[in-house]
Design a protein around this ligand. Structure first.
Ligand code: CR1
Length: 828
């Protein structure tokens, strides 16, 4: 054995920190319980045990993490930086165990200690650092980047309070603040020395330096400190362990001693409080802008820290920033980080003294932009006065960018049909506004949508002028989800069934699921498939009973819609159907029908009254239907409270039917649709978002299609849509709406659901009434198939066998090839 002092391998007992057999793990867990928690087994709580296990796992990650950093540095690897205001990573213990491949060993070690891993997994609070699809996508992409051995850093905000907890009181949503950090976070490594000072407010000063150059100085009104907090993200079955670097805002100095000395104690801490507010709380709006100063500060805060961190890393190896874009590919996850375009220009020009043109060339080759929604209310614009107040220098830079861009545009477009005004980053008006999507488009070399249909609509509508200008910048990358978390971890029984038949290759090459088709005619396999689904449904039924006190029969068809609550997603269409079934039973007590359990879940933005009313309606209808003796087990409606990643993992595996019923043209992609299908649910859905592509791959005979196409929706709208016409023309629809309007579900209070019914009759912006009949018809087809269980099973297997395309590995490969041009860097 070499005696030299090798810094790569400090002389500590590495084995106890890296070994993965059950004995070593058992020892390590006890050590951590003792030395980190200060506890011994007799008095340790489940949470103590959870922490001890988490630290034990983290030790094993850190080892790989250091190796990874060394490898990337040595090889000067090109890296992806994923800039995102949200990373909805969900609980880490389960997925880290799966990715490290030590779940069995840890389970064994724990059972020798008298502990049950499943109980400990429940202890972990959910890091809910995102609202929904966009944030969860970022987390899936981090998993795939590491698994594909791509050097990557996820940059975002370490919110002290993530998405609120949803509690239901009397059928209404109540928001409870999320205290995920309350008991400590074993996964993160704080880096108190890795900080950046972020300027806010104030004014700029223009001057000439000693060499006669024009320079600008930003004199801020205040300064906030960004402190890095790192979470290792390990790939599946590889050593690569990437970095999720989240910034926490702190005050530069916690006390204003002058105020303190003059006796004003409260003023002395005010600055601290104000600074820390920036990373305090996630804005809980999904696809609607808040327009608040604090939100802009959050966006700028994390973007500035991240870009300066990238520059710091770059300058460790390179003399200057002229080749910055060769070292980094930075992805803008929607427009939330779009201020990065102006900030990088500021850093290059003002702080690193580059000339404008080379700086612009670097910046515009660094960034690419993903658009995630066509909803107009989600298109971010900032009022110029507000921007001026918070980021005075950036306003100047944005004007400069826009002036040069406008010159270019006038030459290229000759201002056909007013294209120049629409392309401008500045929107005229009182006050003027800055269009963040335009800034992102101008500053990026690639622009992508998140499903084929969405990208086409982007090109034709929202970003049409940009597409006319630069068609070559546009491309599609259809979303994907990680099969590690959403199949292997969350559905162990189905995973085992699959692996027993086709091996484990599917875990990292999801197209391999196609091998299941060869087993379709094996009756034993189909029987096993049904058994697994039934067991998963039994588990969910038990959980539903615990959380909602509703009894459901696992033999029934489980039809699930779990996602954010939004009018365009049309939870009300789903509820109208449930009321229709109820009416049918009341009118015909002997009706023979497929017994159904309808399950809804999802959070409503706290300020979105209509979405909150949907939740109330779901509870109100459920309350009547579920206790009606006449209905019995034929129909149940349950609202699963607090839909989050943890709960999602228990819901997807138990679904028979996946409700993907948005108005065509409004759901950019959807990713829940992929997760359900991957877990063997059949989809009832519209031709919207990625549904289109899911149907393409699973086969139209294995998908319940209904409803208008995106084109038909536009056509109907332009030709005058009259929802009342559908109400008048369909007796079942009328009966369902009338029953709700009568107060039947609201203890006779007809007013409660009036806003919803009135809105449907007078406006119905998402054409629920127009699609109602087609939806009911498709649901009847569902019933027909349910009556043939073996055929249903075949279609369920086929859905899984053909879903490989929707792995986030495929999506990340496309980003790497088409946009980022980065290669894997394997770690030994
Ligand atoms: C879209 O609504 C998509 C995700 C991820 C959402 C959803 O259809 O699957 O993004 N958009 O791409 C969003 O949150 C702010 O916009």
């Amino acid at each position: 054995m070499s005696q030299q002092n090798n810094l790569d391998h400090p002389k500590l007992d590495l084995h106890s920190r890296t070994g993965t057999n059950a004995d070593t793990l058992q020892r390590a867990i006890l050590d951590n319980l003792f030395y980190i928690q200060g506890r011994f087994p007799d008095v340790a709580t489940p949470h103590d045990w959870y922490q001890a296990v988490a630290y034990t796992v983290r030790d094993r990650q850190l080892h790989r993490w250091v190796k990874t950093a060394q490898t990337y540095k040595k090889q000067k690897s090109r890296s992806v930086c994923y800039l995102s205001a949200e990373f909805l990573i969900g609980p880490m213990l389960g997925s880290n165990l799966v990715n490290l491949g030590i779940e069995d060993e840890v389970r064994e070690a724990l059972s020798a200690l008298g502990q049950d891993l499943d109980v400990l997994l429940e202890q972990e609070p959910e890091p809910g650092l995102g609202n929904g699809g966009l944030g969860r996508l970022a987390a899936c992409y981090m998993d795939s980047l590491a698994t594909l051995e791509i050097p990557a850093i996820g940059y975002g905000i370490r919110y002290e309070f993530g998405i609120f907890h949803q509690r239901i009181e009397n059928g209404w949503q109540k928001e409870i603040s999320d205290q995920w950090l309350h008991l400590g976070n074993p996964w993160e490594v704080p880096r108190p020395l890795l900080t950046f000072r972020v300027n806010l407010g104030g004014h700029t000063e223009h001057y000439t330096d000693d060499h006669g150059n024009h320079r600008v100085r930003w004199e801020p009104e205040r300064v906030v400190l960004g402190v890095a907090h790192d979470t290792p993200i390990i790939g599946y079955g590889v050593n690569n362990t990437n970095l999720l670097r989240l910034w926490k805002a702190e005050a530069e100095q916690s006390f204003d001693f002058e105020a303190f000395n003059t006796g004003d104690y409260y003023a002395a801490v005010e600055e601290k409080v104000k600074s820390e507010t920036i990373s305090k709380v996630l804005y809980p709006n999904d696809e609607a802008i808040s327009g608040k100063t604090l939100r802009l500060e959050q966006q700028y805060f994390f973007v500035s820290c991240s870009l300066r961190d990238m520059i710091r890393i770059h300058l460790q190896q390179e003399p200057d920033l002229s080749n910055f874009h060769e070292k980094f590919a930075a992805q803008l996850n929607d427009t939330h980080p779009a201020i990065a375009v102006a900030e990088l220009m500021r850093l290059l020009v003002d702080e690193h003294h580059m000339d404008w043109n080379p700086a612009w060339s670097v910046a515009s080759r660094t960034f690419s932009y993903t658009n995630h929604t066509l909803l107009p209310e989600a298109l971010e614009t900032w009022s110029l006065p507000l921007l001026q107040q918070v980021l005075p220098r950036h306003v100047e830079i944005i004007y400069e960018i826009n002036m040069r861009f406008m010159d270019q545009v006038r030459v290229l477009t000759h201002d056909v049909c007013g294209a120049v005004t629409r392309l401008s980053i500045i929107e005229e008006g009182e006050p003027k506004r800055v269009r963040m999507a335009n800034l992102a488009c101008v500053g990026s070399h690639a622009i992508n949508g998140v499903a084929a249909l969405h990208t086409e609509l982007l090109k034709k509508t929202t970003l049409n002028d940009f597409h006319n200008l630069w068609p070559e910048k546009f491309l599609n990358v259809t979303n994907g989800v990680t099969p590690r978390r959403f199949l292997l971890l969350s559905n162990p029984k189905q995973s085992k069934l699959i692996s027993d038949r086709i091996g484990e290759g599917w875990i990292t090459d999801l197209e391999k699921l196609r091998g299941l088709e060869a087993h379709l005619d094996d009756a034993g396999f189909r029987e096993d498939w049904r058994r697994v689904k039934r067991e998963n449904k039994e588990a969910l039924a038990k959980l539903l009973k615990e959380r909602t006190y509703v009894d459901v029969d696992p033999q029934s068809l489980f039809s699930v819609q779990a996602k954010r609550i939004h009018e365009y997603k049309r939870q009300h269409l789903h509820l109208l159907y449930v009321v229709t079934l109820y009416n049918r039973i009341i009118n015909n007590p002997n009706l023979s029908m497929a017994p159904r359990v309808h399950i809804l879940g999802g959070k409503a933005a706290p300020g979105y009254a209509m979405a909150k009313l949907f939740i109330k309606l779901a509870h109100a209808v459920g309350e009547m239907v579920n206790r009606d003796q006449m209905v019995g087990d034929r129909l149940k409606l349950v609202f699963f409270p607090n839909f989050n990643v943890k709960n999602a993992q228990r819901i997807y595996p138990a679904a028979d039917l996946s409700e993907q019923i948005s108005t065509a043209g409004f759901e950019a992609s959807g990713t829940g649709n992929m997760k359900f299908s991957m877990n063997g649910a059949l989809t009832i859905g519209t031709l919207d978002g990625a549904n289109v592509e899911i149907r393409e791959v699973v086969g139209d005979e294995n998908f319940f299609l209904f409803g208008m196409t995106a084109e038909e929706v536009v056509h109907l709208k332009t030709n005058g849509y009259h929802p009342r016409h559908y109400y008048d023309g369909n007796a079942e629809l009328r009966a369902a709406m009338d029953l709700i309007a009568s107060g039947y579900f609201s203890h006779g209070e007809a007013d409660v659901f009036k806003p919803l019914i009135d809105n449907l009759l007078e406006h119905d912006p998402f054409m629920v009434l127009a699609d109602y009949e087609a939806y009911c018809h498709a649901q009847s087809q569902v019933d027909d198939l349910w009556a043939q269980p073996d055929l249903w099973t075949r279609k369920s297997i086929l859905n899984v066998a053909r879903i490989g395309k929707f792995s986030s590995d495929r999506a990340i490969r496309e980003y790497c090839e088409k946009i980022w041009k980065v290669q894997p860097t394997p770690v030994d």
